[in-house]
Design a protein around this ligand. Structure first.
Ligand SMILES: [Mg+2]
Length: 424
């Protein structure tokens, strides 16, 4: 039996509502500009030699590490091949909202040629409706990855519009503050530098994976030991495995890191290995927490991780998992399982969510500056005024509406332009 008794009447903007005039999707003008500008919305779009791609001294274990040709650096297999996508939604009152993700030109194609039809002419405040029609209409080709990243960028632009229309920061629209200030841990290759900058903990990449054998494991443990000795016994340390390991290798790693007081081990398996995540969590020989979710999408993906007891905490990326609209559902779902959420990266788009809900205890900040040891904007040169952590804390300005940042348009290129709709 169905409770859908009739076709629903069309959702039309209320009389005098401000509506969406134009949706535009941009990439960064060139790969060179993206790298020189600090990556913009793609944190991996950095010049060769940057620690986040892996270096000769410190490679980063990843799903391609099994292949000799691709193991040295993540750039060799195109981790940054798609690059940033930036969505700008222009309203009939002249206001604009901005959202970002990764996905580059393919995401721009989806946004301009498919999703724009659901948005232009609509009330930007009907966000649940707009999310639902984008989701349902892309089910036949989407559901994860690029499509949901494109929807995420649009969703974030809608929330930015909503904040500006109501003259309030997004966290206030979500229910207001749950914390007076937001503590941050740093992701970096030098946890001592992060400690000296005031961060509340530090995460570093695991250099070697199963294909590097016993010698690689020995070097991994040596690295963990040296970092622990550098930062002292109590500074929280986490290890990111970027989908590189197997169940057996992870269990061995967890056994060998026991002396080093590791707070969590992150994303040890490929994201579809739900059963493997369950098994590692069941058999975890250490006190380290187990985390995943950075490359998971939507409430349905996260429900699988929760139902199957895959992790002790979850790490959705707000700019990838479906935007604020979907992230708040994931947050609610996780709270019912008493599982905390610590979102992956994403700066302001994460901070507003973290301010607004109690089961998000802290924030990730990736040290993307070329020296790997200082604080620079997560989104590089994308915004004029991205708030930065100070001494390991982030504060949001209550007087800045939306996500509180101003888009710099100098580096943008629109690959699939459509004629602007005019207000007249
Ligand atoms: Mg990670």
């Amino acid at each position: 039996m169905s409770l859908i008794l009739t076709v629903l009447p069309d959702v039309k903007p209320d009389a005098n509502a401000v509506t969406i005039l134009n949706v535009r999707a941009y990439v960064i003008a060139s790969k060179k500009a993206e790298e020189e500008g600090g990556g913009f919305a793609d944190c991996h779009s950095q010049a060769e030699g940057h620690w986040i791609l892996g270096t000769d001294q410190w490679p980063i274990a990843n799903p391609m590490s099994f292949y000799e040709k691709y193991k040295a650096r993540r750039s060799t297999w195109g981790i940054d091949a798609l690059g940033s996508v930036i969505v700008e939604i222009e309203l009939t009152n002249g206001m604009t909202g901005v959202g970002v993700s990764i996905g580059g030109e393919p995401a721009c194609f989806l946004i301009e040629n498919h999703f724009s039809r659901f948005l232009e002419g609509q009330d930007p405040l009907n966000i649940e409706f707009l999310w639902d029609v984008m989701w349902r209409s892309s089910m036949n080709y989407g559901r994860k990855g690029l499509t949901v990243q494109a929807i995420s960028a649009i969703d974030l632009a809608l929330w930015d519009c909503a904040g500006k229309l109501r003259n309030e920061p997004v966290y206030k629209l979500l229910g207001g503050k749950t914390k007076g200030s937001l503590p941050c841990y740093a992701t970096c290759y030098d946890p001592l530098a992060a400690k000296n900058l005031g961060f509340k903990g530090a995460k570093f990449p695991l250099p070697f994976g199963p294909a590097d054998g016993d010698e690689g494991m020995r070097k991994n443990i040596q690295r963990v030991k040296e970092i622990r000795e550098a930062v002292g016994p109590d500074f929280p340390l986490m290890i990111d495995c970027y989908m590189a390991l197997t169940v057996g290798y992870t269990l061995k790693l967890l056994e060998l890191i026991k002396p080093y007081n590791i707070k969590w081990v992150e994303e040890h398996l490929p994201p579809d290995q739900y059963a493997g995540y369950t098994e590692v969590k069941k058999r975890n020989p250490s006190t380290a927490l187990l985390t995943c979710g950075e490359h998971e999408y939507t409430r349905w993906g996260f429900k699988l991780l929760l139902d199957q007891e895959c992790a002790d905490l979850l790490q959705p990326d707000v700019t990838w998992c479906g935007g604020i609209t979907e992230a708040r559902r994931i947050v609610a779902l996780a709270s019912a399982y008493d599982i905390p959420i610590i979102p992956h990266g994403s700066s302001i788009y994460s901070y507003h969510l973290q301010y607004a809900f109690p089961n998000l205890p802290m924030s990730e900040f990736i040290l993307l500056a070329a020296d790997g040891a200082s604080i620079s904007p997560y989104f590089g040169q994308l915004f004029d005024d991205e708030p930065l952590p100070k001494n390991g804390w982030v504060d949001l300005d209550p007087n800045k509406p939306g996500f509180g940042v101003t888009l710099k348009k100098t580096h943008l290129r629109r690959p699939y332009p459509r004629a602007d709709k005019s207000n007249e």
